[in-house]
Design a protein around this ligand. Structure first.
Ligand code: CP3
Length: 341
């Protein structure tokens, strides 16, 4: 009935499932209109009525197999007590943590208003979905979220990497708090109706191999384990972006039901490396939605023939880009749907 749940739970889906990361976003005129009405991106995130509507917008247009909760990974540090703003053309600006006292001041945020608003969005979306559509909740990977909390902005990771590699006491406490808050946040989403959760560790690939297990993998594994203490076997997609041939290890060590695979690796090669029960999500480059239709069709075809439909969730390798023409997305969806027919 739900192709995404079927793939994640090892059943044969009625068709190869499909959704797009950042499917609700600025490439859609209806998104831009509602964001304007809300006043800002964050006001949109914390308005359950509007956030529900933008979550559903791409499903109304394209009939995707998943709704992904409309929110942001930086809601977690915001709920933990750091001031957050999204400046036009600049991206996020966040208060920084830089020592033990600043980390000790952080709360878990589980009783606050921010998480509550997101949970309310989840329950609204859930009641609006069609029977084949799966509701995906999410949080950021502890490493990626910590890197924003240490840097305060999105453009660089040097400070955060230096701290992570030096591994002072306050970094450990920060990661523990982030893990605890993320688990509580995800449990709230699941209680409100999320059927799958995805962990977005977008900067996983920046961490040197020698430190990857400690900085990236074990914290994700702790979040997955925390969720499954309450909901055993809960389906989890782990998107550790940029680890290339490391996805097998990510799958084995985190307990992921599926791994998200970035665009610059061969999907077939990664697929063959995965344990038999783990599915692959991805990995069309979002650049193909900006170029010629013929090239896009060839790239879709290549992925379709590299990964079997019962072990694959078709997606992009990263979020859809703002300049994308919504008509190109219609063509992309048709190509994926026709591909296995
Ligand atoms: O996938 C979805 O449609 C769900 C919603 C979602 C958003 N952000 C909405 C958003 C999700 C899952 C995210 C995750 C996220 N946010 C990540 C991890 C995935 C990735 O893309 O690497 C990261 C690193 C962030 C942090 C973030 N949020 C940045 C750096 C920015 C600014 C850059 C940009 O694209 O403007 C955002 C803003 C953001 N998050 C937008 C959306 C739709 C654009 C905001 C706007 O309307 O101006």
């Amino acid at each position: 009935m739900k192709p995404i749940l079927d793939v994640l739970q090892g059943r044969k889906p009625s068709r190869r499932p499909l959704w797009m990361m950042r499917q609700a976003g600025r490439y859609l005129p209806e998104y831009r209109a509602l964001r304007e009405k809300a006043g800002s991106f964050l006001q949109l995130c914390y308005n359950p009525e509007y956030a529900c509507e933008v979550t559903l917008q791409p499903l109304w247009r394209y009939d995707f197999d998943a709704a992904i909760l409309f929110s942001d990974i930086l809601v977690v540090p915001h709920a933990m007590g750091l001031h957050l703003e999204f400046r036009e053309g600049e991206g996020p600006v966040l208060d920084v943590v830089s020592d033990l006292p600043s980390v000790q001041k952080l709360e878990l945020g589980l009783e606050g208003e921010y998480y509550k608003k997101v949970w309310e969005t989840v329950s609204r979306v859930k009641s609006a979905l069609k029977t084949h559509q799966t509701l995906i909740g999410f949080c950021g990977g502890p490493w990626t979220v910590a890197s924003y909390m240490i840097e305060g902005a999105s453009s660089k990771r040097q400070n955060a990497l230096a701290v992570a590699l030096e591994n002072p006491e306050w970094f450990k406490v920060l990661m523990e708090k982030l893990i605890a808050s993320s688990i509580g946040y995800l449990l709230g989403q699941i209680k409100a109706g999320a059927e799958v959760v995805q962990i977005f560790d977008s900067w996983a690939g920046d961490v040197p191999l020698s430190a990857r297990q400690r900085v990236v993998v074990e914290p994700i594994a702790a979040v997955v384990a925390g969720v499954r203490t309450v909901y055993p076997d809960f389906p989890v997609i782990v998107f550790a972006r940029g680890v290339g041939q490391g996805h097998r290890e990510i799958a084995l060590l985190t307990g992921a039901s599926a791994v998200g695979v970035e665009e610059n690796v061969d999907a077939g090669e990664v697929f063959r490396s995965l344990p038999g029960h783990v599915a692959l999500q991805g990995n069309l480059s979002s650049d193909f939605l900006l170029g010629s239709e013929d090239e896009m069709l060839l790239a879709v075809e290549r992925i379709l023939s590299s990964v079997p439909p019962h072990r694959h969730i078709f997606n992009l390798g990263h979020g859809i880009q703002q300049q994308t023409d919504p008509v190109m997305v219609t063509k992309f969806v048709a190509a994926v749907r026709k591909g296995d027919a």
